[in-house]
Ligand binder design. Structure first.
Ligand code: FAD
Length: 432
């Protein structure tokens, strides 16, 4: 009997090392795929920010456009819609006699609610196959249960480094036959999503395009072509230019790069070029990424609450003027302002910048950290729910920082921008 499977793509927008795709291709004669630009992701949030602003939306458009081509070459059509998955997917399942739906397993409440709505709209005979596919260390392979995830990163990291193994990569083969459906839907434009055009800012540290090919090219360039990976630990606190850090985050966030792929590439680099503190540190940072995913898996909706996972009752303000000054880069701190102008004009900010502006917002100005996190969610090209909320909790003193620090922004500027190169770039040059 011929069977048709449907892969519902969300934040797993790649063809390499993609568990749902591999499963679907092995278990069916035909595979088709759907991606929905969910209008709820482009609405305003409770603080008035558009949930996905133009920078990430453009990156996503580029990613989905390329995915459609890549899948087509594997004889898998990708249907792209602007609409709610719970309205679109059941239609495809009915029309094409789909017997199984494959998707990446998510656990944050909004994603779960939407998946449950889709599932409810399907006949109970449809096989619903969810797989965790965003981790470096698979949840079945870590040496602890989710309720025992340590509060302190170092404890988590050491246990994983000692006892967990990163799985081998999954490879998809071309489907033998073209699916009988050939008509492809069109990927929307920024305008279709209600967003304005991007004016390219030449100062950006993130000039890259979305899509799996660009992500793989970046990995190739950062490691093999330029060997910047060998110096990562020395440069990672930089602020200006494309190469002080890997910039993998945007592809990782929408799943167009797999963390296992980066890991295995670093291991290969270590055996063929050099194994040093920098190569180790790249994997160390990928473990941070996993840690925040596990923290959100453990604590559920507490990561979105004002008192955070520590339940600490601080006094928080929501002074509209102070918030607007922070957004517009008009605070009393030039270093904060330069970073805030960078994110406003490009959708990018370095890790050093993010730590400083978040600490200034939540700890110095004592503003409700969730508003700062929501602004980041709106602007960042690499927004990832777990990394964003996990880091904001951490910096705001309601998460996993055992030292509960406040950044001294002036000292940080002296240390990381001693020559004022970064501040001059954003505070003195005219736009575009
Ligand atoms: P590199 O330094 O090259 O690191 C390699 C990879 O390791 C990154 O791509 C990322 O996947 C991971 N990584 C590095 N640092 C962290 C970290 N602190 N937490 C989690 N993962 C890390 N990262 C996001 O991907 N999405 C977010 O929405 C996000 N929001 C943040 C908000 C705040 C307030 C702060 C302080 C940090 C946030 N980060 C977020 C983490 C970090 O700033 C970015 O991952 C990093 O700057 C991305 O640049 P890169 O890829 O060049 O990183």
């Amino acid at each position: 009997m011929t069977k048709t499977g449907l892969v519902w793509f969300r934040n797993d927008l790649r063809i390499h090392d993609q568990v749902s795709l591999v499963k679907a291709s092995k278990e069916n004669s035909f595979v088709m795929a759907v991606y929905c630009f969910d209008p709820r992701h482009f609405e305003k949030d409770r603080f008035g920010f558009v949930r996905t602003e133009k920078y990430r939306a453009q990156f996503l458009i580029e990613t989905v456009t390329e995915l459609q081509d890549q899948l087509n070459a594997l004889n898998i059509p990708l249907f792209v819609h602007v609409g709610k998955p719970e309205e679109i997917i059941p239609e495809y399942v009915k029309i094409h006699n789909i017997t199984s739906v494959y998707l990446q397993k998510e656990w944050t409440s909004e994603e779960v609610a939407i998946a449950n709505n889709v599932k409810k709209a399907l006949s109970s005979e449809i096989h619903w196959i969810e797989s965790y596919d965003q981790f470096l260390f698979h949840p079945e392979d870590i040496p602890m249960t989710i309720d025992k995830i340590p509060q302190v990163f170092t404890v988590f990291r050491k246990k994983c480094e000692k006892y967990a193994k990163v799985r081998a990569m999954e490879t998809i083969s071309k489907m033998p036959e073209k699916n009988r459906v050939t008509h492809l839907t069109k990927v929307p434009t920024l305008k279709d999503l209600g967003l304005s055009k991007i004016h390219k800012d030449t100062r950006t540290a993130f000039p890259f395009k979305g899509g799996e090919k660009a992500g793989l090219q970046r990995l190739e360039d950062y490691a093999w072509n330029t060997k910047k990976l060998s110096y990562y630990k020395k440069t990672r606190n930089g602020l200006v230019g494309t190469d002080y850090s890997s910039k993998f985050s945007a592809w990782l966030a929408n799943g167009s790069l797999s963390p296992r792929m980066i890991y295995h590439e670093v291991k290969k680099y270590e055996s063929e070029i050099v194994k040093n503190q920098s190569t180790y540190w790249m994997i160390f940072e990928l473990i941070w990424r996993d840690f925040f995913k596990y923290i959100s898996l453990k604590h559920g909706n507490d990561i979105f609450k004002l008192e955070g996972i520590l339940q600490t009752p601080y006094e928080w303000s929501s002074d509209v003027k102070l918030i607007q000054q922070w957004i517009d880069g008009e605070t009393a701190e030039p270093f904060v302002n330069a970073n805030m102008l960078e994110i406003k004009h490009t959708g990018w900010m370095s890790n050093r910048g993010r730590q400083n502006v978040a600490s200034y917002f939540a700890r110095t100005l004592k503003l409700d950290w969730r508003i700062g996190a929501a602004y980041f969610e709106s602007q960042l090209i690499d927004y990832d729910v777990h990394s964003n909320y996990g880091n904001w909790l951490y910096v705001s003193g309601v998460g996993n920082d055992p030292r509960n620090r406040t950044f001294n922004v002036k000292l940080q500027a002296e240390r990381y921008d001693a020559s004022n190169k970064f501040q001059n770039l954003w505070l003195q040059t005219s736009l575009f």
